[in-house]
Design a protein around this ligand. Structure first.
Ligand SMILES: C[S@@+](CC[C@H](N)C(=O)[O-])C[C@H]1O[C@@H](n2cnc3c(N)ncnc32)[C@H](O)[C@@H]1O
Ligand code: SF4
Length: 460
């Protein structure tokens, strides 16, 4: 069992530099346009030869209104009629993709993300799941992990009942903050009643778990205001919580230009909000899983961490290790065989490529043995805060101490600062070091250079 993290503001400030969140290794920055459809097909063949269950991801990019902080890949529109032509393209993609995978591979995980998946009408959602079942082997006994991102402004008890009927058993609810002043500043007006109604409906319908998304670092947030939001969330008792750090990158994300810099909490305020959030949630019985996720101690995520089977993927922390991930829809990222691949991001190119009968792949990356080894190291560190280098060495047929001699030397400053211990080839992250886990993982990242500074967000 992991001890709660210890908060050391001086160290957090000192280690506050931009870095990846390691939802993949190598990170998406390494993906390149040289990866094409032919390579994807080869990787699908490798995937079939290995067999095993699949994970499916569908990206539904539409949102009715824009939230100014949003960094997701989305299309903001009030025109609901845009959804059907897009779905028609998704069906074209699904036909091409499903032809590449053996039909007997069960879909262990399925996720609809966005944008706002419930922008679709009930009929459209039924059809999407129905067609998925025609192309892939969906589990019908509720033992898969089938999850959906819900904006409570775009769902009600009726929607939730239909989603359950379609096979969903997990949902995450976008909340961000209950404070009306914060909501106004980010253009996301959402009453507590709307959120709680969806949460209650999920419970009534027998969803296995509900997660709530919050963001700290938004305009006008203070420690007191955010604790008030947390108290209301704790009362609602979700199984999991994601508390994301708002990264203000207005040059990259257009809508963020409508957020005024002077209305944002200072880095010192953000640090205080983070500290009190961790204290508040752990006092209320939640376990900090790592980075920005919290879960109740009996939640599968917390259990997986205790049992050493936690995994990290594009949706954050996950309980299922390495199902091959077939991703469909604009901008979606898949992981098949030994490769990552990402689809084109705009609707027009997506449509044009599918009309020509081509898979809409924009870029990707085939991992080599060194990438796999480093991925295993980073996954262990970021998920379990502990690494048995000798065990990893045996698994990959290398001498861990020799292979990572430089990296182990680079850990010295972390050891001196009390963030971790190194005994032989065993690395243990100490409670003080848990919040700096990204920095520690960066030691093992072969691709990092200073250009990364501009692409990644900072801790504060
Ligand atoms: C695709 S959105 C969730 C689904 C739905 N559209 C909604 O907003 O309720 C996924 C989550 O990403 C988080 N998010 C979006 N932009 C962010 C940003 N700039 N910084 C931190 N978190 C962000 C929000 O917490 C949001 O709930
Ligand atoms: S946070 Fe969700 S609803 Fe808001 S713009 Fe982003 S994807 Fe759309």
């Amino acid at each position: 069992m992991q001890a709660n993290p210890i908060f050391n503001a001086d160290l957090i400030r000192r280690y506050d530099k931009a870095g990846p969140r390691y939802t993949s290794y190598p990170t998406a920055v390494q993906f390149h346009g040289g990866f094409d459809e032919a390579q994807y097909r080869q990787q699908a063949a490798i995937s079939n030869a290995r067999g095993g269950p699949l994970s499916l991801y569908f990206h539904i990019p539409f949102c009715d209104t824009v939230c100014f902080y949003c960094a997701c890949n989305k299309v903001v529109t009030k025109v609901r009629a845009k959804a059907q032509p897009y779905l028609d393209d998704v069906y074209r993609e699904m036909a091409l993709q499903s032809a590449l995978f053996d039909r007997d591979r069960p879909v262990e995980q399925l996720h609809w993300g966005g944008g706002t998946p419930t922008f679709l009408s009930i009929e459209q959602m039924r059809e999407l799941m129905g067609r998925t079942g025609e192309h892939f082997l969906l589990k019908t006994d509720d033992t898969g992990e089938y999850s959906i991102e819900i904006d409570p402004r775009e769902a009600n008890a009726g929607t939730v009942a239909v989603l359950r009927e379609l096979g969903f058993n997990r949902m995450s609810l976008g909340v961000q903050d209950f404070d009306p002043k914060v909501q106004k500043a980010v253009n996301r007006i959402q009453s507590e009643a709307e959120t709680l109604a969806v949460l209650k409906a999920a419970r009534d319908e027998g969803f296995h778990g509900v997660s709530i998304d919050l963001i700290y670092g938004l305009p006008f947030q203070t420690v007191d205001s955010f604790l008030r939001t947390l108290d209301r969330v704790i009362e609602a008792s979700p199984d999991r919580l994601s508390v994301f750090n708002y990264a203000h990158l207005p040059t990259r994300f257009m809508p963020q230009r409508r957020i005024k810099q002077e209305e944002l909490p200072t880095p010192a305020d953000k640090l205080s909000i983070l500290e009190s959030t961790i204290h508040h949630l752990t006092s209320a019985g939640y376990v900090l899983i790592g980075m920005d996720h919290f879960a109740k101690p009996d939640d599968p995520l917390a259990r997986a961490q205790r049992e050493g089977s936690l995994y990290r993927n594009f949706q954050g922390y996950a309980t299922h290790a390495e199902c091959d991930l077939v991703a469909m829809g604009v901008s979606s990222i898949g992981q098949v065989g030994d490769a990552f691949s990402q689809n084109v991001k705009d609707l027009e190119t997506y449509h044009a490529m599918l009309t020509e009968g081509r898979l809409p792949i924009e870029r990707g990356f085939v991992v080599n043995d060194d990438d796999k080894l480093r991925r295993a190291v980073i996954t262990d560190l970021i998920c379990h805060f502990e690494l048995d280098g000798d065990a990893v060495g045996r698994r990959f047929g290398i001498d861990f101490g020799d292979y990572f001699a430089n990296e182990l030397q680079d850990l010295e400053p972390f050891i001196e600062d009390g963030l971790l211990t190194l005994e032989g080839n065993r690395i243990r992250i100490l409670p003080v070091g848990r919040l700096m886990i990204r920095n520690i993982c960066m030691t093992f990242d072969r691709y990092l250079d200073t250009s990364g500074e501009r692409r990644f967000s900072r801790t504060l």
